[in-house]
Ligand binder design. Structure first.
Ligand code: ZN
Length: 310
């Protein structure tokens, strides 16, 4: 074929498919949370740049939509979301206003990380918004099981490879390294938690079912009457009675909730309030996906030790 025709066809193709990312340029990845950003960084290495929208110390259900987020999304090649409606209160208008065809729901540059993970608390029966439940599609805090982290990493590796086929071996090698490191770390975390297997705890929001399931905690109650609904006096009294009845000594609270009710429940029951970050960046020590579990497991083990000595 005549080189001029080839050049013309190439240009025409580029016009149809839109501004394709040059193969030597880093993929611009935006993740909704710091947890997803951390895993993307592990897999994507130096072939991508990653930024997150929500900060780890914010309630991921309720993030204030800022214009700067739209600017980030405008330039993104790939958007990774937690899904299961975690971001439904703030993300859809940002995606729409970005006018970036690459990252619209269902487009090639949109990845729902909940595909392939184990989801707990899937509701049975009718769910109505009037119930105020912010977990209508099962529990969206699934990244708190390291095994789900592995599934998220696989989805990200597959997606990055789809967008950059030439870099597939690089992403797959990084995925394998992440998995090896995660297996070793998980063995250590499970061993640290093993002496406390079956310990009953209360949490503020339903952020920790996957964590509890993996590490042998038994969550028997919540400070919130329903996910997304603030504590009510009636529910708080019921909770206090139940905690006394079952002799529960630990209340886990996410960093973005008011400690007033948990503190009063703790005073009434002799329990300890423990602020536990559900996300990377929730406390400064939780610098990445590994740091999050290192921090939380150590925090819990120390608290459980102290509670056992009481
Ligand atoms: Zn939630």
């Amino acid at each position: 074929m005549n080189t001029r025709i080839v050049a013309f066809l190439t240009l025409a193709l580029a016009a149809v498919t839109g501004p394709a990312v040059a193969a030597d340029q880093k993929l611009n990845v935006i993740a909704t949370t710091e947890d997803l950003a951390s895993i993307a960084r592990e897999v994507g290495g130096d072939r991508i740049t990653v930024e997150s929208i929500a900060r780890g110390y914010q309630d991921p259900h309720f993030v204030e939509a800022k214009p700067s987020f739209i600017l980030k999304l405008q330039k993104a090649d790939l958007l990774i979301v937690v899904g299961r409606e975690l971001e439904i209160g703030w993300l859809p208008p940002l995606i729409q206003q970005s006018r970036n065809a690459r990252v619209q729901v269902g487009a090639e540059g949109y990845l729902d990380a909940s595909q392939g993970v184990r989801i707990l608390d899937i509701p049975t029966g009718q769910i109505t918004r009037a119930m105020g439940d912010v977990h209508p599609q099962g529990n969206p805090h699934y990244w708190l099981d390291p095994e789900n982290g592995r599934a998220i990493a696989k989805s990200i590796s597959d997606k990055l490879s789809q967008l950059r086929p030439n870099d597939r071996p690089y992403f797959e090698q990084r995925l394998a390294a992440f998995n090896t490191r995660l297996s070793d770390a998980l063995k250590k975390w499970v061993a640290m938690m093993a002496p406390y297997n079956g310990t009953k705890v209360v949490t503020y929001h339903r952020s920790f079912p996957n964590f509890a399931d993996r590490f042998g905690l038994d969550i028997v109650g919540y400070v919130e009457p329903r996910p997304g609904i603030p504590p009510s006096p009636g529910h708080t009294l019921d909770l206090i009675q139940e905690m006394k009845r079952q002799n529960i000594k630990l209340i886990l609270v996410e960093p973005y909730f008011d400690l007033k009710t948990p503190d009063s429940v703790a005073r009434a029951t002799g329990a300890t309030v423990l602020v536990v970050p559900p996300s990377v960046g929730g406390v400064k020590e939780a610098v990445d996906f590994f740091g999050l579990f290192d921090y939380n497991v150590t925090l819990l083990v120390n608290a459980l030790k102290a509670a056992a000595g009481k």
